[in-house]
Design a protein around this ligand. Structure first.
Ligand SMILES: *[C@@H]1O[C@H](CO)[C@@H](O)[C@H](O)[C@H]1NC(C)=O
Ligand SMILES: *[C@@H]1O[C@H](CO)[C@@H](O)[C@H](O)[C@H]1NC(C)=O
Ligand SMILES: *[C@@H]1O[C@H](CO)[C@@H](O)[C@H](O)[C@H]1NC(C)=O
Ligand SMILES: *[C@@H]1O[C@H](CO)[C@@H](O)[C@H](O)[C@H]1NC(C)=O
Ligand SMILES: *[C@@H]1O[C@H](CO)[C@@H](O)[C@H](O)[C@H]1NC(C)=O
Length: 409
């Protein structure tokens, strides 16, 4: 059969490219309709692909009734957390029924899960313990309190010794599964790479503005990574007044819930940011090509690199550059336009003057120096900008403290 040969050739070619595509968990589970819900979730979350790219693992499968009961009682589960929950059910070693029965009986066995590989699990939170008891085999969280033990029910199928699929009778939730839901700062803190954005949100008070939008119309947040901030010249943030910093932070969020599949269908669409609701302009153009979403400010571009949170009406993405609005930053220079003539805020008079003298003060610099791109300057300035940014963030904190004191009087 010609199509058979084509398929064979195709699969040989494929196996050359994807080294370990020995099995397909989706087609394996397709044969068991009572696990169709988990099968669907594994595919839609992308966890099925992660499973297929590995060898030697065990999937702890949940039947439709268990999974639908869980999703019904957790209607707003964030999609990222749900994917991590699924990863918590993928053990990174092959364990058939015989292997489970042969585990030591005098102590539990700790096994790593796929969740541990995400970097979001603290310490050993991404491990499960297997208890080989006379009454049966239990699987439970390595840290007490996140969920109860599940009982191993039966072996469903396997591809020796690549993947074993074993049914358990209840869902295992990792530590902190529900604690972060809804609190964007807490969500960001579970990822390690957004410390600058977190401190700027807190220092500018924009964290509470974002929190206030989490009901009703919703919000879409774009969080630049720490390396994105390190890629800026220190002068570009230092010269901003408190009001402009607030606008910059509010430029990093859209006024409604726009999940990834919506963004992926935008073609150079100018969209309003929360900053647009306060000042004129501050639009972002969203474009997309081959699943990559790019945000254009008119000064620079940023790409979405990961989804950090997604539960209607709130979604948050990690991006690879700080969004520099044309209203605050000059087109080529990537230094703030107000730097030439800083206008101190009436409410916080010492903000701009204190911030102005930085190592790369742009005023009076030759045009060629000012035009130096962020990317080029980043290499030389990562260290100095980090130090400067931290110093600067301290200044903002103290200014914010003063503003609070004034309000308290
Ligand atoms: C696995 O099977 C599903 C459906 O049978 C298919 O959509 C998917 O592309 C397959 N994945 C791989 C890596 O072959
Ligand atoms: C039981 O196993 C765990 C991990 O596998 C190990 O850390 C612990 O020391 C063991 N306890 C005893 C009493 O052997
Ligand atoms: C799971 O069962 C073991 C063995 O009975 C027990 O020691 C452990 O505390 C249980 N874990 C939880 C989270 O209930
Ligand atoms: C389940 O495990 C038993 C051994 O305990 C084995 O004989 C059987 O073939 C396994 N069935 C499947 C579907 O893996
Ligand atoms: C955004 O897109 C519109 C329409 O295509 C275009 O006129 C405008 O120049 C773009 N702005 C930016 C900042 O890319």
């Amino acid at each position: 059969m010609a199509s058979g040969r084509t398929a064979l050739v195709a699969s040989v070619l494929l196996s050359c490219i994807i080294v370990s595509s020995a099995f397909n968990v989706t087609t394996m589970l397709d044969k068991f309709p009572s696990f169709s819900e988990m099968n669907k979730l594994l595919s839609s979350s992308g966890v099925a692909e992660e499973i297929n790219s590995r060898k030697s693992l065990t999937l702890l499968a949940l039947s439709n009734d268990v999974l639908t009961a869980f999703t019904a009682s957790n209607p707003n589960v964030d999609a990222v957390k749900l994917a991590d929950l699924l990863r918590y059910h993928v053990l990174l070693q092959f364990l058939g029924m015989d292997d489970l029965k042969a585990l030591p009986t005098d102590n539990y066995t700790a096994v790593t899960t796929l969740y541990q590989t995400t970097g979001r699990a603290n310490d050993n939170d991404g491990f499960v313990n297997i208890y080989n008891l006379p009454s049966g085999i239990l699987v439970g969280p390595s840290v007490a309190g996140s969920s109860s033990n599940a009982t191993v029910a039966t072996n469903i199928t396997n591809e020796a010794f690549d993947i074993s699929i074993i049914q358990i009778n209840s869902i295992l939730t990792p530590v902190g599964f529900n604690t972060a839901t809804g609190d964007l700062i807490k969500v960001l803190e579970t990822f390690k790479d957004y410390t600058m954005f977190i401190s700027l949100l807190k220092d500018s008070g924009v964290d509470s503005i974002f929190a206030g939008r989490q009901t009703g119309g919703g919000i879409t947040v774009f969080a630049p990574t720490d390396s994105a901030f390190n890629g800026l010249t220190s002068a570009s943030l230092q010269a901003l007044s408190v009001t402009d910093l607030k606008l910059l932070m509010q430029y990093h969020a859209l006024t409604s819930y726009q999940p990834l599949d919506i963004l992926q269908n935008m073609v150079d669409s100018p969209v309003s940011t929360i900053a647009s609701t306060i000042a004129s302009g501050y639009l972002l153009n969203v474009s997309s090509a081959v699943m990559t979403v790019t945000l254009h400010t008119g000064v620079n571009d940023a790409k979405i690199i990961e989804t950090l949170y997604d539960a209607r009406p709130v979604t948050m993405f990690g991006i690879d550059a700080v969004l520099l609005p044309a209203e605050l930053f000059s087109k080529d220079a990537l230094v703030p336009t107000p730097a030439e003539a800083p206008v101190p805020e009436a409410s916080a008079p010492d903000a701009a003057p204190e911030a102005a003298p930085g190592p790369e003060k742009p005023a009076g610099s030759p045009a060629s120096v000012v035009k130096m791109s962020v990317a080029l300057s980043a290499v030389a300035m990562i260290a100095s900008s980090l130090v400067a940014a931290l110093r600067w963030s301290k200044q903002i904190t103290s200014v914010a403290g003063q503003v609070r004191n004034i309000q308290n009087r």
